[in-house]
Each structure stands twice: as C-alpha cells, then as structure tokens.
Design a protein around this ligand. Structure first.
Ligand code: VAH
Length: 310
C-alpha cells in the first residue's frame, strides 16, 4: 500500500491520480496538510496530515499498513527564499521522518523528489553531468542537496530503499505550480489563451531544463518499479527532457496563436534561474533503469493548448 504526502500539490495531484489508476483506489492513500483538491479528496482515500508531525505519519502507516511512501510536500525555490527557516524545516524534517520510519522497518520503499536546483553558479551549465560541482545558492537547492546526502547515507548505513529524481521545471495543464522559478512556463500557456500576451519574470534568453508532466510522472513510476539492484544511484538521478528559453517557448506558442506577444520584466527569480543549469546529462538514468523522455517542445505545446482550450 502507498501513502502520498503532499498529494494536492503540483506533482502530487497527478502522481496520485496515476498511482490510483495503476494500483487501485484502495491501495493508494492520499494525504496533505489541507483538503486542497476536490478530485484527490473525493476520488479515493484521503487523510489530513502534517508532514512535520512524525506521530501522525506513523499512525497513518500503521492504520493502512503502508509499504511505500512518496514524500511530495515541500516549499519550492521562490517561496523558500521568502521564508528560509520554514523551508528548511519543512523540506528537511519531513524527509527525516520518512527516512527514520524506513530505518525502523515500518515502511519498505521511499520516493523523494530532488531538483536541478541542487546545482549552483559554479556548476558547468550545459549538459550538466550526474557528478559535478554542486554549490547551490538557494535555500531550496541547499535543502535538496542536503536531502540527497541523507538519502544516500540512510541507504548505505541502514539499507533504506530510497529512490530519487532531480526533476527539471515541470509543465502541466491539470495542475498549477506554486512558488517555483520555472512556473512561468506553465503560466505562459494560460495567459496566451486568456489575453494573447504574457509578461515574463525571466529574461528572454534564460535557458532552463524543463519537462512535460506526463514524462515526469512516468519517470517516477518507473524508478519505483525498477529492480532495487538497477537503482545504483541512491542520492538522486539527473533527469532530462527539453531545455528552452522564454523566447523559444513564445515562438512555439506563436505557431498556434499568431498574435501572441511576450514582454520581459525580470524580478528576483532571475538570479535563481541564473544559478541553475541550462541542460542536463541524464545518461545514468537512461542506462540504469531505462529512462527515455517522450515529449518535445512542439508536442508539449500542442497538448497544453488543446487541453487548456477545453
Ligand atoms: C522550482 N519547479 O522552480 C521547481 C524546480 C527546477 C526547479 O525544482 O522551484
């Protein structure tokens, strides 16, 4: 049985729906700090839980005889910069709770999301390797890098089966992001359809690694279904889909909405984006557990606009 913590968030919503469809509604328990998404709350089992409360999580694990936990609760990069102390508390201590429950033998497998934000301004920007300089300059990035170290430590010292992916910016028409630096790449589609124009908080040539949500969810399911021996990296895997700049995505949208216009007004998030890679080398994920991305910028844009139009 599966427990998803943070089931109403940007990734959690789609992950919960996917896991329910694969493993059945009775085997997937969704949880979040509040009842934030009516589909997730009403279409299966839902529990209110605080990711910072060890006892609450332990209680749910015993109540439903949980074996696998997906810990999706976190503060994203931009929000974390506004509240560093709380971001650190939430992002780190929720992870410790789950790692310690696995160490105590109460759960068997953990999924924990990392991010390309683990890299920093001194990291090689293009085709960033799996193993390279990592000096993240955001609280979010520091929390993800530290989390990766602890995941690997718990695996090596206590045999905890924890699996992780460094997600790029994720783009979806079903759920909206909250508080990230890559959020513009979702908002641009909404604004293109609503107003035909978009003001971007990053500069036109800011290239960042991105991925269509379906690919990211499939990667998550695949790494969790892989044989334990094939998951050789127990910190977190580089994962790559597409990389583009705001100008490039705007041009792609113009193919469907010819009158679409974009303007640029970089804010504090520009500095965060500038500290991150432009593209990612994910050959380890491809080799170890057979990862392949499907969506390119054109196919993603088509699906995004088609579905948002409805
Ligand atoms: C953020 N979407 O912008 C997240 C992500 C690649 C960055 O982890 O904070």
């Amino acid at each position: 049985k599966i427990l998803i913590i943070g089931a109403c968030g940007q990734i959690g919503t789609e992950l919960t729906t996917k896991l329910r469809s694969i493993y059945g509604n009775d085997n997937v328990i969704a949880s979040d700090i509040r009842k934030l998404n009516s589909d997730i709350v009403n279409n299966g089992i839902f529990e209110v839980v605080n990711a910072l409360d060890y006892n609450q999580i332990e209680h749910l694990i015993e109540k439903y005889q949980i074996t696998d936990v997906y810990l999706m609760a976190a503060l994203l990069s931009a929000t974390a910069e506004k509240n560093p102390a709380f971001a650190w508390d939430l992002n780190m201590n929720s992870l410790f709770h789950v790692l310690n429950l696995a160490k105590a033998g109460k759960i068997k497998k953990i999924f924990w999301p990392s991010s390309i934000a683990v890299f920093g301004p001194t990291t090689p920007r293009n085709n960033t390797p799996q193993y390279t300089i990592m000096e993240p300059s955001t609280v979010y990035g520091i929390s993800k890098q530290t989390g990766e170290r602890w995941c690997e430590y718990y695996h090596n010292q206590y045999g905890v089966d924890v699996r992780s992916i460094r997600y790029p910016g994720l783009i979806s028409w079903t759920t909206e992001p909250g508080g990230g630096t890559t959020d513009y790449a979702v908002d641009i589609y909404h604004k293109a359809l609503e107003n035909g124009t978009f003001e971007c908080f990053l500069s036109e040539d800011t290239k960042l690694p991105m991925m269509y949500m379906d690919d990211a969810i499939r990667a998550t399911v695949e790494i969790m279904q892989a044989n334990a021996d094939d998951v050789k990296i127990r910190s977190s895997y580089n994962l790559s889909g597409i990389s583009f700049t705001p100008a490039e995505i705007a041009n792609e949208i113009k193919k469907h909405i010819p009158d679409f216009t974009i303007s640029y007004k970089p804010d504090f998030r520009q500095k965060i984006a500038d500290s991150w890679p432009a593209s990612i080398d994910d050959s380890s994920a491809r080799k170890d557990w057979g990862w392949r991305h499907e969506f390119e910028m054109d196919s993603m844009t088509k699906v995004m606009l088609e579905n948002l139009r409805k």
